[in-house]
Design a protein around this ligand. Structure first.
Ligand code: B12
Length: 233
């Protein structure tokens, strides 16, 4: 069976996620098989873009049940439903360490480049996009050829992202998450906690896709919890 890509994209969007491109597996990828004896041929990425998928998550049972990691659990449920519908295998970005190389895969699926912040930048969505999973198919879908494009960061001379952080949590090639976390903890409620990461907000690309205030607050709170978990070991 070789289903048309359009029907796959439609199913992903109906499920409540964004289609984030796909690529054909290479022997060097060492991807797991879809099932015993059925090698992975196509990898499709699914995720979130701007605040488009946010209301579906914010009103989901996972967002309101009070249990930990609501976004991961919501994404997991949707991804498992998609995998079942496509007879596919699902891989998740939060499963690790070791982590699946989602940022490397993403650059094969869409015209993305590594920004000075380490996050991948998209020509339209800027820094405001993320991944909820990869769908591994045993069939080789017809994927459109992807035109390579220059990184918007190359022509960005002033690099406001690198000057946007008040505690220099980003230096070229390195990210210091604990500098960010201690600053957020000392900041009064409101400010960054209301609007989100000032380094990301300083980027001129994709501003229309910036997170809504409740989305930004959710992610900053989740980031602080993840630092606590990491530092507790
Ligand atoms: C561990 C992790 C973190 C750690 C450490 C991140 C770090 N920069 O050191 C912590 C918890 C601090 C963190 C924070 C955040 N993260 Co994070 N994180 C991950 C995770 C789970 C694993 C990354 C990893 O180590 N991969 C292993 C290597 C082998 O994978 P790889 O794809 O081959 O690696 C490439 C990248 O690492 C990239 N790279 C990463 N950082 C940098 C920095 C520089 C300067 C360069 C040149 C390259 C580079 O280069 C590699 C080769 O291409 C990924 C999910 C995933 N599975 O990838 C999310 C992920 C990278 N994080 C993501 C996000 C959104 C964030 C936060 C914004 C979340 C938040 N709201 O706080 C922050 C900001 C992080 C930042 N600026 O880098 C997104 C990035 C999406 C995007 N647009 O690129 C991912 C993909 C998760 C997702 N669900 O979409 N994260």
């Amino acid at each position: 069976m070789n289903r048309p890509l359009a029907s796959v994209i439609e199913a992903i969007e109906v499920a409540g996620l964004a289609y984030r491109g796909g690529f054909h597996a290479l022997a060097t990828d060492t991807l797991p098989d879809v099932r015993a004896g059925e090698a992975t041929q196509t990898v499709l990425l699914v995720g979130m873009v701007g605040s488009a998928q946010w209301p579906a998550f914010a009103t989901s049972r996972e967002a309101t049940d009070g249990a930990p990691h609501p976004l991961d659990r919501w994404g997991h449920r949707l991804l498992c439903e998609l995998a079942e519908a496509f007879a596919a295998r699902a891989l998740e970005p939060s499963a690790g360490p070791p982590w699946w190389p989602f940022q490397r895969w993403a650059q094969r699926a869409e015209p993305l480049h590594t920004s000075p912040l380490g996050l991948l930048i998209h020509p339209d969505y800027g820094l405001w996009h993320s991944y909820r999973g990869a769908v591994l198919l045993a069939e080789r879908l017809d994927l459109p050829a992807r035109a390579p494009g220059a990184s918007p960061c190359t022509s960005c001379v002033s690099k406001p992202c690198l000057h946007g952080c008040p505690v220099s949590a980003f230096e070229p090639g390195t990210y210091y998450p604990d500098r960010c976390a201690s600053h957020l903890r000392s900041a009064p409620l409101g400010g960054y906690r209301q609007t989100g990461c000032s380094a990301r907000l300083a980027c001129p690309i994709g501003r229309d896709y910036a997170q809504t205030p409740d989305q930004a607050q959710f992610h900053l709170a989740a980031f602080l919890r993840s630092r606590d978990e990491e530092n507790r070991g």
